[in-house]
Design a protein. Structure first.
Length: 185
């Protein structure tokens, strides 16, 4: 399997959430007429960490999508067999037609990456823009990133590129299929 992956550059991410907005729009997750801030579904989110004290503050931001886990807890928790990992790409997907809406996958996901559509009684999540990837394109988040902080490709090739560029891969954050990195200090 050639695990497809995202690589997130903490040195470049500015926390603008352009990727979040583009993802919501592309996947039709937002009802612009009625959704309230803080209540909108998402397939990825932006987190940040502040260090230091004024005037020497440092803000580090990063994107958290579905991690497309190596041994996905959501797959084990799904009793209907609706969640599977594609053997060619390593992408973890939910088949909405098979989903019975138990919500067990939401509880099992350690990253909080699975959403629940109560109106349809179905779980849904990032599938790394399956349709775009299979037509040779990058996921929407990687296409629209204003600072080029999101790369897309095969995990091992991304890892080799980052190492060749002298980037520091953050092992603790990169335990699954998404790589997190920054400029070496």
């Amino acid at each position: 399997m050639n695990q497809l992956s995202l690589a997130i550059d903490l040195s470049r991410c500015i926390g603008c959430k352009t990727c979040v907005a583009a993802c919501r729009n592309y996947h039709g997750l937002t009802d612009h007429a009625s959704d309230m801030p803080g209540k909108m579904p998402y397939y990825l989110r932006v987190e940040s960490r502040r260090e230091g004290s004024f005037p020497n503050l440092k803000l580090e931001s990063w994107v958290v999508p579905c991690q497309h886990c190596n041994n996905a807890a959501c797959i084990k928790a799904c009793t209907s067999g609706a969640i599977s990992k594609d053997e060619q790409t390593g992408i973890v997907r939910i088949d909405r037609g098979k989903c019975q809406g138990s919500g067990d996958c939401l509880k099992a996901c350690p990253y909080g990456a699975i959403q629940f559509d109560a109106a349809r009684n179905k779980a849904h999540k990032c599938d790394m823009c399956w349709d775009l990837v299979h037509s040779g394109q990058k996921p929407v988040c990687a296409q629209v990133c204003l600072t080029d902080a999101i790369r897309f490709g095969e995990k091992q090739l991304l890892r080799m590129e980052l190492q060749a560029e002298g980037k520091e891969i953050l092992k603790r954050m990169s335990a699954q299929s998404v790589l997190y990195y920054r400029n070496s200090v």
